[in-house]
Design a protein. Sequence first.
Length: 396
Amino acid sequence: MSLSACQPSPRKGHTVPETQDQTVDHETIRVAPKALLHDHLDGGLRPATVLELSAQIGHELPADDVDGLAEWFRASADSGSLVRYLETFDHTIAVMQTAEGLRRVARECVEDLAADGVVYAESRYAPEQHLSQGLSLDEVVEAVEEGIREGEALAAEAGRPIRVDTLVTAMRHAAKSREIAELAVRHRDAGVAGFDIAGAEAGFPPTRHLDAFEYLRRENFHFTIHAGEAFGLPSIWEAIQWCGAERLGHGVRLVDDLTIDGVPVAELDDQVPYAEWTEEQLASVQLGRLAAYVRDRRIPLEMCPSSNLQTGASPTIAAHPITLLDRLRFRVTLNTDNRLMSGTSMSREMELLVAEAGWDLRHLRRVTVNAMKSAFLPFDQRLDIIENQIKPFYDG
Ligand SMILES: O=c1[nH]cnc2c1ncn2[C@H]1C[C@H](O)[C@@H](CO)O1
Ligand SMILES: [Zn+2]
């Protein structure tokens, strides 16, 4: 992909002079420090690792070489339906059933993120899906944390320091969320920074898991909820107002609560890309009560553009609500969701927005700082990363 390839490359030290045109080239994006809040551990395996581990355990795969398998995941996830998208995880979860497999996948995840310039990430997975070979829930968490610490050490040795915390997820169709919430809290001092629910959204509202969320609040623990991806405003409303979610996983359907003269913005006749909207057009957008609450309270949106294209939540990158919500100053963050299923990375998500949605370095800085502000990390540590890693790069 060519991205303003004629732009001057950044100064030595990879900082960007304040006077420089804010368009951004491939190399600047690659080296820019990134913060990632929404990345599934079981959605980010290397195809080569899936092949190798499958061969060891006799698991049958739909392709037998690296490129073929990578393409199979991407194409199969490209179904336009979240439920079908989720079926592809059978092949990654199959090779994450032993401590060794989990440790390796976690280690490689950290190395891959660090190589992409990510300096802080929260990696999530559902321990209840990794019990088929006899591991206990605690053993699953311990294996993942070991792998992450190994990955952090290797990345530091390679000169790419990264901090990775985990979010422990409960599957929303199951009835284990209270037990999983207690598991997360048990490991809070060993790298688990928060809790989440994931899986098919329609038919499985967040309030099914109210007991878990009430428990987590009593424990002063952090949680986010996948909401407003395959289902609309009621799911977001429940996640925030009933369950007390601190952040929203996706939240893309919040756009349904934005109107101009009573018409939802996504249904306007004249569909101009959000990047091209004038200030006057932006000022004419009316926020419904829920959208206004989300913006007023600075509730972070963990947005994942490529994933949303695959599940049908958005038609194109240019028309993705992330650009409108950012321009309206919601607290937007940019994420990968599932790097394997989307064939993506943080750099690629940034490149797509620059190439197709009019983003420049100021947008990338904003979503990066937003993500760090919204991390489930102690305040002083968030500040340290913003001041010492993110701002020195983006502000030059
Ligand atoms: O985007 C998603 N929405 C809902 N659930 C998801 C998404 N991506 C991954 N998951 C599910 C599948 C994984 O097995 C599980 C835990 O990471 O979370
Ligand atoms: Zn997700």
